[in-house]
Design a protein around this ligand. Structure first.
Ligand SMILES: *[C@@H]1O[C@H](CO)[C@@H](O)[C@H](O)[C@H]1NC(C)=O
Ligand SMILES: *[C@@H]1O[C@H](CO)[C@@H](O)[C@H](O)[C@H]1NC(C)=O
Length: 992
C-alpha cells in the first residue's frame, strides 16, 4: 500500500497518458520492461512520502518499488512517478568534535545506573542464571567507537526513514467495474526446469540450542498479577474484534473512530485473516469458527480495490496468517482444511510473480489477465525488505504441502542475497535499502552499446573501403550475410569479447530469424545459463511482436546478466535495520530455525549481518541518567563508507524488532554478546516509550550519539548544541550584533550631532542641476543636485532598512552581513567605504548632507535569537523530551516492534522486569488509543492526549495484542523452542 496512492488523481491521469505511450511502445517492446523504452526517471529526490513515518503500513512499509522507479513497467498499469515533494534534507549537525568527555577512568565503570531513571534496572535478572550475581554491572560489550564528531558528518535531521513504505492507509479508488475480472493462470514464460527446482533441505533437523529461559514455577501472587494482565489484554482483543466484526466484517480494516472500514489490502478481509491465529491463541474459538466462514468466501482471484497485489504485504499478512492459523489450530489433525486450501489458492496466484528471467519476483503484481499473461521482469529499485521477506511463508507452505516449488521460489532469492553478500556490498554484510533485482547490468549494457556504435562506424568505413575495393573486383568482405544490417541488441549478448573485436563480428554468431525479428545468438556457449533464460525470454516475447519490422525497431535493450546490486537510481546507498530493510534480516535466523538448521546459508547470512550492524550501526545514545541502551543508526554512503558515510542517529519504531533478533540469534548461534546487545537494544525502545508525555515511542526521532559505548555521560551543553545545528553561527551572530549595536549607538549620537549642524546651513550646498528632482521630496525642497540625486537613489535602496535577520535555523549569515553592510554604509556619511566613495565621486567629501539623509531613521539592530533562546523555543514548540534531538515523525500507528522485542527478552531471559516494562507500554497505548470499537492510531505521542487518526492496522490484532498476550501467558504457549514467528507475528511450527 503506497501512501502516494492517495494521490490517485495524479496517478490516474498520469496512467492514462502513460498508457497511451505504452500502447505506442508496446508493439516494439512488448515484454521488456516499459522503463526500458522510456527514458529512465532520474533518481528521485527522497520523497517526503517515503520519509513519512506516519505511514500506516507494515514493518517494512517498503515504499514500493514503484515510487522509486517512477514507472512500474510490465507488471502494472503504467503509472507515472508521483510528483514527489522533495523531502527536507536532514539538517547537518555542525558541532565540535565529540570527544570522550573527560579523562576519567572508565574501566568497569560503565553505567552505574542512576537511581532516578533506572530503578527497574537495579534488579534485572540476566538471561543466564549463573550470571545473576552480576546484575548491577552490565557486562561490557564490544562495539567499535563511533566517530560522531564533525568528521563523521553526523546528520541530526529527521531519520528519513526511507521508504517505509507501504502505507496501508488510504482507500484506493474503487473501480466501477461492471463485470468482475478474475486472475487466470497462464503458462510460465520462464519456468524452472523440473530437475532444477531447489528442494527443501532433507534430513533430520539439527539439534538447536534452547531459546526460552527455563522458567521456574511462579508464586501464587505473581500468577495472579500475570493473569490479571492477561485478561486485560484479551479484553482489548475482544473489543477490537467485535468492533471489526460489527463495522468492517469482510473488509480490510476497521476505522475505529468513525466506525467505518477501509480496504487498502485488496479487500480480502486483511484484519480478519491476520487475526485468525490470535483468536485461536487467546482461546476465542467461537470467533475463530465464525471467521472461517468469512475466509471461505474470500476470492483472491479478484480485487475491487487494487489493480496490483502488494506481494510483500499480501504474503506476510494473508499467506502468513492462513498458514499460521492452520498450524496453530492443529494442522491436518485440526480439521480446518479451508485454511490450507485458501493459502494454496493465494500462493498459486503469488507464484506468478516469480516468473521472470532471473526468477526474482515482481513485487507489485498486476493480476489482471491482460497484464498477468505478459512476460515480466523484476524491478530496478525494490526495497530490500520486500524482496527478502517472502521466505518463511513460502517455506512453511512448502513444508506443509510438500511442494518444493514454493521453496524454490524463495530459495532463489536467498541464494541471490547470499551470493551478493559474498561478492560484497558497500558495507560488507548488509544490503542497501534499494535493490536492483532486474538481473540486468545496465553499466555493461551501456558499454556494449557504446562499443557497438564504434563497431558500426568501423563497419561503415569498412563498407566504403569494400565498395571501392569491389570496384577493383577483389574478394568480398568478411561481413558476410550480416553485411549492411545494423547491429542488433541480441548481438551484444555476446558481451564485449565479441563486440570488442570487430573482425570477428558476424562470424561468431548465429543469426536467428524469429517472426521477422533478427537476432543473434552465440555460436559457442559463452554466457551463463541465466542469460540463456533471458534469451529465451526474448524469444517468447517475440511471438507477440509480429507487427514490428526490425528496421524500424529501436535497438533492443541488452540484458547482461548479473546478480542483485544496489538500486541504480541513485549513487547514494542507505543502510539501516529500519523500514524497507528490517524483515529481510529478521528472516535469516528465523528461516534457519524453520528449516531445522539444515540450510547453513542462513546462519552465515545472519552472522555477517550482525557483525556489520555491530561495526557500523549500533550506537549508545547520550541520555539523561546514562541508562545503558543501544539504538541502530542509518548510514548513507556513496560508495566509500570509511570516508563518506553520513549517519542519522535515528530512533525508529520499526527498528525496534532487532532487540529480539539479536537476542534470539544470540541464543541459537550461541553468541552471548548478541543476547546482551539484544537486551540493550530492546531497552532503548523501552526508554523511548517511557520518556514521552504519552508514554509511547514516536515513529521516528533522533538522539545524540556517544562516541564510546562504554563511556557515555549526559552532557546538557552538548545536547543543546545538537539541538541547535547553527549553534556556532548563532554565537557569531550574537557577537556581531553586540558590535553592531555599539556602532549603532555611536552613529545615532553622531547623526544627532550632524543634524544640529545641517540645520544651521540648510540650503547652502552647491546645487548643480535643477533638472534632477528628488522623487520623494519634489523640487520644493530645493536640494536636488545630481550628486544628491545619485546619493538619494542609494539611500532609497537602503531604505526601507533591510529586514531584520530572520530568526530560527534558517538565518543565514550572508543576509545578516548584508544588513550590517547596509547599515554601516548608511551611516558612513563621510564615504568611509570604497564603493561609496566611488559612486559619489572624488568630491565626496564636499557633498552636503541631504535632508532625507539626516531624517533617516537608523533602525536599531535587531537582537538575534541566542542559542539558549533558540533551544528553549525548539524544545517547547516541538515538545521534545530530554534526550531527543528531533521527533519529526511523532505518530504511533499501533505498531508491535517494541513489545515484540520485550516479549523475546522475557521469554529468553525469564526476567520479569520485562513484563513490568511491557505493562507500562500496554497501559500507555491503551489509554491513548482506545475507542469504543477498537483502538486507533494517534497523531502525536509527544502530547499527553493526541488526536486519533481513525486507523486500526490489521497488525494491531495480529501482532501487537498477540505479543502483549504472550508476554503474560504461560511461557509454554507458543514457545520459541517450538514455534517461529514471521514478521507479522504469525507462528509457524518448527520441525522437530
Ligand atoms: C560537555 O560538552 C561541552 C561541549 O562539547 C564540552 O565543552 C564540555 O567539556 C562537556 N562537559 C563535560 C563534563 O564533559
Ligand atoms: C556490470 O558491468 C560492469 C561493466 O562491465 C562491471 O564492471 C560490473 O562488475 C558488473 N556488475 C555486476 C554486478 O556484475
Amino acid at each position: 500500500m503506497l501512501r502516494f496512492r492517495r494521490y490517485r488523481y495524479y496517478v490516474f491521469f498520469a496512467a492514462i497518458v502513460v498508457l497511451l505511450l505504452y500502447r505506442v511502445t508496446q508493439n516494439s517492446e512488448q515484454w521488456e520492461s516499459v522503463s526500458a523504452s522510456i527514458p529512465l526517471v532520474k533518481a528521485p529526490p527522497k520523497s517526503s512520502l517515503e520519509r513519512g513515518f506516519g505511514l500506516t503500513n507494515k514493518q517494512s512499509r517498503p515504499a514500493s518499488a514503484k515510487s522509486e522507479t517512477g514507472f512500474n513497467s510490465e507488471d502494472d498499469e503504467p503509472r507515472l512517478h508521483l510528483k514527489e515533494k522533495t523531502g527536507k534534507e536532514p539538517e547537518k549537525v555542525k558541532i565540535p568534535n565529540l570527544k570522550p568527555t573527560t579523562g576519567e577512568d572508565t574501566v568497569g565503570k560503565l553505567d552505574t545506573p542512576n537511581a532516578a531513571t533506572t530503578t527497574n534496572q537495579s534488579h534485572v535478572r540476566v538471561y543466564d542464571k549463573e550470571e545473576a550475581a552480576k546484575t548491577t554491572t552490565a557486562p561490557l560489550i564490544s562495539i567499535p567507537d563511533k566517530n560522531v564528531g564533525q568528521g563523521a558528518k553526523g546528520v541530526g535531521g529527521p531519520p528519513g526513514k526511507g521508504a517505509h513504505g507501504a502505507p496501508g492507509a488510504h482507500k484506493p479508488k474503487t473501480q466501477s467495474a461492471t463485470t468482475t475480472i478474475h486472475w487466470e493462470k497462464f503458462p510460465e514464460h520462464f519456468p524452472v526446469p523440473k530437475d532444477e527446482i531447489i528442494p527443501l533441505p532433507t534430513g533430520k533437523p539439527k539439534p538447536i540450542l534452547a531459546i526460552q529461559y527455563d522458567f521456574e514455577k511462579e508464586s501464587a501472587q505473581a500468577r495472579e498479577e500475570r493473569l490479571d494482565r492477561l485478561a486485560k489484554v484479551k479484553a482489548e482483543m475482544v473489543r477490537g474484534w467485535n468492533g471489526y466484526m460489527t463495522y468492517a466484517k469482510g473488509h480490510d480494516e476497521l476505522s475505529p473512530v468513525s466506525k467505518k472500514f477501509r480496504n487498502p489490502f485488496c479487500g480480502w478481509a486483511a484484519t480478519l485473516v491476520d487475526a485468525l491465529d490470535t483468536l485461536w491463541i487467546m482461546g476465542m474459538k467461537d470467533e475463530f469458527e465464525e471467521a472461517l466462514l468469512v475466509v471461505e468466501k474470500i476470492d483472491f482471484t479478484t480485487s475491487e480495490y487494487r489493480t496490483e497485489i502488494p506481494v510483500f504485504e499480501t504474503t506476510i499478512r494473508y499467506l502468513g496468517g492462513l498458514v499460521a492459523a492452520y498450524d496453530v489450530s492443529g494442522g491436518k489433525a485440526g480439521g480446518h482444511d479451508i485454511l490450507l486450501e485458501k493459502a494454496i489458492e493465494l500462493a498459486e496466484i503469488l507464484m506468478d510473480v516469480f516468473d521472470t528471467p532471473n526468477r526474482m519476483p515482481v513485487l507489485y503484481y498486476n493480476w489482471k489477465p491482460a497484464f498477468a499473461k505478459l512476460p515480466k521482469r523484476a524491478q530496478a529499485g525494490v526495497s530490500v525488505a520486500e524482496l527478502g521477506s517472502l521466505a518463511m511463508e513460502f517455506t512453511r507452505l512448502a513444508q506443509i504441502t510438500k511442494e518444493d516449488r514454493y521453496y524454490d521460489a524463495v530459495a532463489r532469492i536467498t541464494d541471490a542475497f547470499y551470493e551478493w553478500q559474498e561478492r560484497g556490498t558497500t558495507i560488507p554484510g548488509i544490503f542497501p535499502e534499494r535493490v536492483d533485482a532486474t538481473g540486468c547490468n545496465r553499466t555493461a549494457a551501456l558499454e556494449i552499446a557504446a562499443k557497438e556504435a564504434e563497431v558500426e562506424k568501423l563497419r561503415e568505413a569498412g563498407q566504403k573501403a569494400y565498395d571501392s575495393q569491389n570496384a577493383k573486383n577483389s574478394k568480398p568482405g568478411v561481413e558476410g550475410s550480416s553485411q549492411g544490417k545494423s547491429v542488433k541488441g541480441g548481438q551484444s549478448r555476446l558481451g564485449s569479447r565479441a563486440v570488442g573485436t570487430p573482425n570477428d563480428d558476424g562470424t561468431n554468431k548465429v543469426k536467428i530469424e524469429h517472426n521477422g525479428e533478427e537476432m543473434y545468438a552465440p555460436s559457442k556457449k559463452t554466457i551463463s545459463d541465466e542469460n540463456d533464460v533471458d534469451q529465451a525470454a526474448t524469444t517468447v516475447d517475440d511471438r507477440d511482436s509480429t507487427s514490428v519490422k526490425p528496421e524500424t525497431k529501436k535497438k533492443k535493450d541488452t540484458c547482461v546478466p548479473q546478480g542483485l546490486t544496489a538500486g541504480s537510481w541513485s549513487a547514494n546507498e542507505q543502510y539501516s535495520m529500519g523500514g524497507s530493510q528490517d524483515s529481510t534480516y529478521e528472516y535469516f535466523p528465523k528461516q534457519w530455525l524453520l528449516l531445522g538448521g539444515l540450510e547453513p546459508k542462513y546462519k552465515t547470512l545472519h552472522a555477517k549481518v550482525t557483525a556489520a550492524v555491530k561495526k557500523w550501526l549500533l550506537f549508545r545514545p547520550m541520555i539523561p541518567g546514562d541508562r545503558d541502551i543501544l539504538f541502530s543508526a542509518k548510514i548513507n554512503t556513496r560508495g566509500s563508507p570509511e570516508v563518506d558515510a553520513t549517519t542519522e542517529w535515528e530512533v525508529t519504531h520499526l527498528t525496534c524488532f532487532i532487540g529480539g533478533m539479536f537476542g534470539m540469534g544470540g541464543k541459537i548461534f550461541d553468541v552471548p554478546e548478541d543476547v546482551e546487545i539484544g537486551k540493550r537494544l530492546t531497552d532503548g525502545c523501552v526508554w523511548a516509550y517511557e520518556n514521552t508525555p504519552s508514554g509511547i515511542m514516536p515513529e521516528g526521532a533522533t538522539v545524540v550519539p556517544c562516541a564510546e559505548v562504554n563511556n557515555c555521560h549526559w552532557n546538557e551543553t552538548l545536547y543543546w548544541q545538537y539541538l541547535d545545528p547553527l549553534y556556532e553561527t548563532r554565537l557569531e551572530q550574537m557577537a556581531d550584533y553586540q558590535k553592531q549595536h555599539k556602532e549603532w549607538k555611536s552613529k545615532k549620537a553622531q547623526q544627532a550631532k550632524m543634524k544640529g549642524h545641517k540645520n544651521l546651513g540648510a540650503t547652502s550646498g552647491g546645487a548643480t542641476s535643477d533638472s534632477l528632482v528628488d522623487e520623494k521630496f519634489g523640487s520644493s525642497q530645493g536640494v536636488t543636485t545630481q550628486k544628491t540625486g545619485s546619493k538619494s537613489s542609494r539611500i532609497q535602496k537602503r531604505a526601507p532598512p533591510a529586514p531584520p535577520p530572520s530568526r530560527g535555523a534558517s538565518t543565514d549569515s550572508t543576509r545578516k552581513s548584508s544588513q550590517v553592510a547596509t547599515l554601516e554604509d548608511a551611516l558612513d556619511i563621510n564615504g568611509g567605504s570604497d564603493s561609496v566613495v566611488a559612486s559619489i565621486g572624488d568630491n565626496a567629501d564636499q557633498v552636503p548632507l541631504t535632508q532625507e539623509e539626516l531624517d533617516i531613521e537608523y533602525p536599531e539592530p535587531e537582537r538575534p535569537m541566542s542559542h539558549e533562546q533558540y533551544v528553549e523555543s525548539r524544545i517547547e514548540a516541538e515538545n521534545l523530551p530530554p534526550g531527543f534531538v528531533s521527533a519529526h515523525y511523532h505518530s504511533y500507528i499501533l505498531r508491535p516492534e517494541a513489545i515484540e522485542s520485550v516479549w523475546y527478552m522475557y521469554r529468553i531471559t525469564g526476567d520479569t522486569t520485562w513484563q513490568d516494562k511491557g505493562w507500562k507500554m500496554f497501559n500507555a497505548i491503551v489509554s491513548q488509543t482506545r475507542t469504543e470499537s477498537g483502538n486507533s492510531a494517534i497523531d502525536n505521542v509527544l502530547l499527553p492526549n493526541s488526536d486519533k487518526t481513525d486507523e486500526m492496522e490489521s497488525f494491531w490484532l495480529a501482532e501487537t495484542l498477540k505479543y502483549f498476550y504472550l508476554l503474560y501467558s504461560d511461557p509454554s504457549l507458543i514457545s520459541l523452542d517450538e514455534w517461529v514467528l514471521n514478521t507479522e507475528a504469525h507462528p509457524f511450527k518448527r520441525p522437530i
